[in-house]
Design a protein around this ligand. Structure first.
Ligand code: HPA
Ligand code: ZN
Length: 348
């Protein structure tokens, strides 16, 4: 066991910024900044229902998940060509490098694009080219997870999987996102069973707004290896015990949860409670262009609001590697790098 050194309160922000970390819950379409939305709209001749960057930004006052999704899908309508997907992802990777993210597993929503006539090849190849360049130019390791939109049908999910299969080597797994309540995991049990046969990793959004039952079903009916959000698990003691015992990671997104009114403010967030219960909790940014901050901002604001310290910082960063879909040797190297950051700061 690594003994976490004592770190003074004024050193904590620097530690949070500098520690190497993985981001495991990030919708790449949610990294489109208003400036890039307008630039791409101009480049592609797409008209937007907002007059300016400022007017668009002012629309970012959400009351729940659906109110966000309506604007998020409107923003994504400017993405048409392979280069657009590349540019969006590279802009994220440049920010990720600044935040000392050494590994990112990116969600993408092909149906948001194929429904508008964009070839799935443009989506996947553009994102893949950016992942390649992130590694070679920025030292950020990155992989892709294809998400099915749960407000659409099982048939549409199967069709999307079929279209994506020629690019099977370009993504490591599948996820489930979009409007949760009323679209339970069971709707996608057969698609996920097929994905399992194909050797794909499986994750699912569950327990963001939806009940603990959706988390059970994501595990039992979808074979989910990680739960995205999962914060509603606290309402079910048996579920909490299972998540801890089976070490099923939760990818928690603090700023997202506040912006979408899951918690009134960060000081009320239940992440410290989930950690105390022994769950493999990670911190993530979800849709940072919409929710007021990238990954380090999530860490900084969460720690300032909750009073968590160096021990929790270490656990959360170590969890991000433990929960990632990478080879054990790679994970181990990052954990050693993490320990080095803590030791160096304590010695300084
Ligand atoms: N929840 C569900 N679907 C999403 C989210 C989210 O937080 N972000 C982008 N699509
Ligand atoms: Zn999400």
């Amino acid at each position: 066991m690594f003994q976490v050194p004592r770190v003074s309160a004024d050193q904590l922000p620097s530690l949070l910024r500098r520690m190497p970390k993985a981001e495991l819950h990030l919708h790449i379409e949610g990294t489109l900044e208003p400036e890039l939305i307008f630039a791409l709209a101009r480049r592609n001749g797409v008209s937007l229902p907002y007059a300016s960057v400022e007017e668009l930004r002012q629309a970012y006052a959400f009351s729940n998940l659906q109110s966000f999704l309506d604007i998020y899908y409107a923003g994504a309508s400017v993405l048409l060509r392979e280069q657009d997907f590349y540019d969006m992802a590279m802009a994220y990777f440049e920010r990720a490098a600044v935040d000392h993210i050494v590994h990112a597993e990116l969600f993408f929503d092909p149906q948001t694009h194929t429904e508008r006539g964009v070839p799935i090849a443009s989506v996947i190849e553009g994102l893949h080219r950016a992942c390649d360049d992130a590694r070679s130019k920025l030292g950020v390791d990155a992989t892709l997870i294809l998400c099915f939109l749960r407000h659409l049908s099982e048939e549409s999910a199967f069709a999307t999987l079929e279209q994506a299969l020629p690019y099977r080597h370009r993504f490591i797994g599948v996820g489930l996102d979009s409007s949760e309540v009323g679209n339970p995991p069971e709707k996608f049990a057969r698609v996920f069973a097929r994905c399992r046969e194909l050797g794909l990793h499986r994750v699912a959004h569950a327990g963001e707004e939806g009940p603990p039952r959706y988390i059970w079903d994501a595990l039992d009916l979808l074979g989910a290896e990680r739960i995205d959000h999962g914060v509603q698990a606290v309402h079910d003691a048996a579920l909490m015990q299972r998540l801890a015992a089976e070490r099923i990671p939760l990818t928690v997104c603090p700023l997202s949860n506040v912006r979408l009114c899951v918690f009134p403010d960060l000081s009320q967030h239940n992440l410290p409670r989930l950690l105390e219960a022994g769950l493999v909790v990670t911190v993530n940014s979800d849709d940072p262009a919409y929710f007021g901050g990238y990954l380090n901002e999530n860490f900084l604001q969460l720690f300032a609001a909750t009073g968590m310290g160096a021990q929790e910082a270490y656990t959360l960063a170590a969890n991000s590697f433990a929960a990632s879909f990478v080879a054990p040797a790679t994970r181990q190297a990052w954990v050693l790098e993490l320990q080095g950051t803590f030791s160096d700061l304590a010695a300084a």
